[in-house]
Design a protein around this ligand. Structure first.
Ligand code: CP3
Length: 347
């Protein structure tokens, strides 16, 4: 572990740093005036993700302003369904809307063969950003996990009860399994291409891991993740995979022990003592400040960050939020956060 290694990579390799490396999920986004300025130029969010010059600029914006230890590729987990040919639109204020698929026969409508080639602009963004980053800042690539991507593909967007995707998964193991298997393969190729283009770490976002009973969690979250991690490891043994099975509760432990991920992203509900005593002895953890505390600021933010530094900071740890930055977050609070994370910890 050379001293010249980037702080994020040192923490991922198991080193405990005196001030934690940090980055924020959704660090590029509507809370930044410079993001809104670029966003206003392009009608369609997908077009933004498919324009290397703009996407590279958006990736760099938060790093330029705050000096995080990592940049995360500006893109979206729904670029895979989009590349598969599923109709996708982002409507102002209501999130993504997809033309839903709901059965095995619908898979024939998707173009699994040409999907990765259609994502070429994303890889071009990676190459541009990697060239623009300083020697201490790592570049993170990402994909949604097959389960989470499938929830959007089958529900056609956000959902309250996930009854469509769950009923397909419960009713038709083979048919739904075929969708998951195809997503596993494409996710591996997609992440492999990001790594070849210059990302140094990848994160798998499993935003909806936490809605499944244990047997389904094992089948649709642990299994596919294990398979993606193993395939990436065989091609790119140096590239750490961070898993983020949001809201997995006590199933975090099985995920950590069974998937092979190099580090684990924690949502805000994971208790600090559990993270420190059960998870951190096994792998580095990442998280898990409540994004609302970053929005609120003041003493509440300061106390929470200091508390995390005292507890998780004694073992390998990457500071992050437990979920994405809220658009209502005052940009100056991120400046305050950067100061709270650097230098010695307040008693
Ligand atoms: O973290 C980053 O800064 C990198 C870029 C990034 C985006 N989305 C940009 C984005 C990443 C890593 C994501 C991941 C993502 N996308 C997830 C997993 C993490 C999570 O939040 O649970 C999910 C579920 C999505 C799907 C998605 N994309 C939704 C539900 C929405 C609409 C809700 C919202 O916040 O607007 C998006 C849109 C989106 N993705 C925006 C950004 C900056 C907002 C687009 C806009 O400008 O209107």
């Amino acid at each position: 572990m050379g001293l010249s290694m980037k702080p994020l990579l040192r923490a991922l390799a198991g080193e405990t740093l005196s001030s934690p490396p940090w980055w924020l999920m959704r660090q590029a986004g509507r809370y930044l005036p410079e993001y809104r300025q670029v966003r206003a130029k392009v009608r369609d969010f997908i077009e933004l993700c498919s324009s290397p010059a703009l996407a590279a600029e958006l990736t760099m914006q938060p790093v330029r302003r705050y000096g995080m230890d990592a940049a995360i590729l500006f893109s979206d987990i729904l670029m895979i369904p989009h590349a598969l040919g599923q109709r996708l639109a982002f409507h102002e204020g209501e999130g993504p809307v997809l033309e839903a698929i709901e059965s095995h026969s619908d898979l024939a409508r998707l173009d699994f063969d040409r999907a990765i080639a259609r994502l070429e602009p994303v890889f071009e963004t990676v190459t541009r950003v990697r060239g623009a980053l300083g020697t201490q800042t790592a570049l993170i690539g990402f994909a949604g996990s097959p389960w989470t991507v499938a929830t959007y593909m089958v529900e056609g967007g956000a959902s309250r009860d996930f009854r469509r995707v769950k009923s397909w998964a419960y009713r038709d193991l083979g048919g739904f399994g075929a969708l998951i298997e195809l997503l596993v393969e494409r996710t591996v190729e997609y992440l492999a291409a990001q790594i070849s283009a210059g990302v140094e770490v990848v994160q798998l976002f499993d935003s909806w891991a936490g809605i499944l009973p244990e047997a389904a969690f094992e089948r649709w979250v642990i299994g596919p993740t294990q398979s993606i991690v193993a395939k990436l490891k065989s091609k790119f043994p140096e590239c750490p995979v961070i898993g983020f099975p949001r809201s997995a509760g006590i199933l975090y432990e099985r995920y950590v022990l069974e998937t092979g991920v190099a580090a684990i992203g924690l949502d805000p509900t994971v208790p600090t003592d559990y993270a420190r005593n059960v998870l951190q002895p096994v792998i580095p953890v990442q998280g898990n400040l409540d994004p609302v505390l970053l929005m609120v600021g003041g003493a509440a933010l300061e106390d929470a960050v200091t508390g995390l530094r005292h507890s998780l900071g004694q073992r390998p740890w990457i500071f992050n939020l437990g979920h994405g930055v809220l658009p209502q977050t005052p940009p100056e609070n991120v400046e305050i956060l950067a100061r709270l994370l650097s230098g010695p910890i307040a008693p």
